[in-house]
Design a protein around this ligand. Sequence first.
Ligand code: ZN
Length: 45
Amino acid sequence: MDPNSPSGIYKCTKCGNEETHVQGRSFAPCSKCQNNDWKLVRKTK
Ligand SMILES: [Zn+2]
């Protein structure tokens, strides 16, 4: 996913795993299922 996506908690659309993303950092695939499609759950600062 785009590293410039807003910072927040993202949920893997495939397995439901939640991970934190910080804007500007690389957006790694899901650590559990390697899926690379995330849904924003909650934005953080
Ligand atoms: Zn996953």
